[in-house]
Design a protein around this ligand. Structure first.
Ligand code: DHB
Length: 392
């Protein structure tokens, strides 16, 4: 059988692309080696830019984000034991939404099901061939054990940071940009009430901490740790001790509760350039990874597929094949802006191990102080955090 666009990877990027194509009358098939339940239960980031929310709501995926999400008009930067609010609404007239990636996935999977989309979760042995031919093929075995061979016009690799599709771009074509960091995040989920109305990004002599949220009764928190740390070595008492110290001051009180999850999240920056090879297009984490500070990863993935859906529509419906050439440069412009933003937020807020620690820690406080005292500095942060206007 055949389809216009074969999509490898049924996370938010792949499902959103399939949804947008469907709205333009273009058929696609999505496959994923993970089961739907597995994806639904993998906790990821929780902040959506205004543009991402617009995409979900305006394109008819779901308006649940407006009902179940929380609109945040700012964040707090904490350093030197004091909180400083960055007021997005006042600075740039924008806000972000606290709405977990797992819910974005649930909404997208529900919309594809509702609209009769073809999505195969839990497939095995996916193989993509002939991406530089006019008819790339996608082969896989579905969850019921039935084998499929699909002739496609285009293949999209939205198959995450360990992408199989990325490997189809020859080494002499792809440039891989890569950076690692000497720190990681220890993440917890806790059954506690909210400690503050908005997110708190804290710089402290003990290292970074982030107080985030999920619901009135469930909270997400992170603190900087060693990349080699094992979650099993951290008792609840040790976790609370670190989170409390790193957010102390100003009369701030961290609300505690039972910890229901502990994970160590690695920190890396990665870009694969270009994001296209022949009739293969890479989107989301398959093409790029950002460190988590600033929550850009999911938003970037959604903006990739917004551009990709537009150029595919022009190519497929309008016969304008040159539109496809726009994808990589247009997507990469935003990718590199987000790479810089995530790198900058990370390096401003995390303490560095090593001999220049004292200088760097004091310099970071200088940077944070100049940022919160400057309208221009605060606005730069607000623009990046709420998301730059899309070019499409
Ligand atoms: C969350 C994650 C982030 O990386 C961030 O910058 C803000 C919030 C979260 O998981 O809630």
């Amino acid at each position: 059988s055949r389809t216009t666009v074969g999509i490898v990877g049924g996370g938010p990027a792949g499902l959103m692309l399939s949804h947008l194509l469907h709205r333009d009358g273009i058929d696609s098939v999505v496959i994923d080696i993970r089961t739907r339940e597995e994806i639904e239960h993998t906790h990821r980031a929780g902040i959506l830019e205004a543009g991402s929310v617009d995409l979900l709501v305006d394109q008819g995926v779901s308006d649940r984000v407006h009902r179940d999400g929380y609109r945040h008009e700012g964040i707090e930067l904490r350093f030197g034991g004091r909180g400083h609010r960055i007021d997005f609404e006042r600075l740039v007239g924008e806000a972000v939404w606290l709405y977990p990636q797992t819910d974005v996935f649930i909404d997208l999977a529900g919309a594809r099901e509702r609209d009769g989309g073809t999505v195969h979760f839990g497939v095995t042995e996916p193989v993509v061939e002939g991406v530089t031919t006019p008819t790339p093929t996608l082969r896989f075995t579905d969850a019921q054990g039935e084998q499929h061979e699909l002739a496609c016009d285009y293949v999209v690799g939205s198959d995450g940071s360990r992408s199989m599709c990325r490997g189809l771009v020859p080494a002499d074509v792809a440039r891989h940009h890569f950076r690692e960091y000497p720190f990681a995040w220890f993440g917890i989920m806790t059954e506690a009430p909210m400690s503050a109305p908005e997110l708190i990004y804290a710089h402290s002599p003990q290292g970074f901490a982030l107080i985030s949220q999920r619901t009135e009764t469930l909270q997400r928190m992170y603190f900087q740790c060693d990349p080699q740390d094992d979650p099993g070595n951290w008792t609840d008492d040790r976790v609370w001790d670190q989170l409390t110290r790193r957010t102390a001051g100003d009369g701030f009180e961290l609300r505690q509760g039972p910890i229901t999850e502990k994970v160590v999240l690695r920190f890396r920056s990665f870009v694969c350039e270009p994001m296209r090879h022949g009739n293969l297009f890479l989107a989301g984490d398959a093409a790029h990874t950002v460190p988590p500070t600033g929550a850009k990863g999911l938003n970037l993935a959604l903006m990739d597929v917004k551009v990709l859906a537009e150029v595919l529509r022009r190519a497929v419906r309008g016969g304008e094949h040159s539109a496809l050439d726009e994808y990589s440069p247009r997507a990469l412009e935003r990718v590199w802006k987000a790479q810089h933003f995530s790198y900058w937020m990370s390096s401003m807020l995390h303490t560095l191990p090593g001999e220049f620690h004292a200088f760097d820690a004091a310099r970071q406080v200088g940077e944070l102080t100049s940022l919160v005292q400057s309208q221009a500095g605060s606005r730069y942060l607000a623009e990046g955090y709420t998301g730059w206007p899309s070019q499409s």
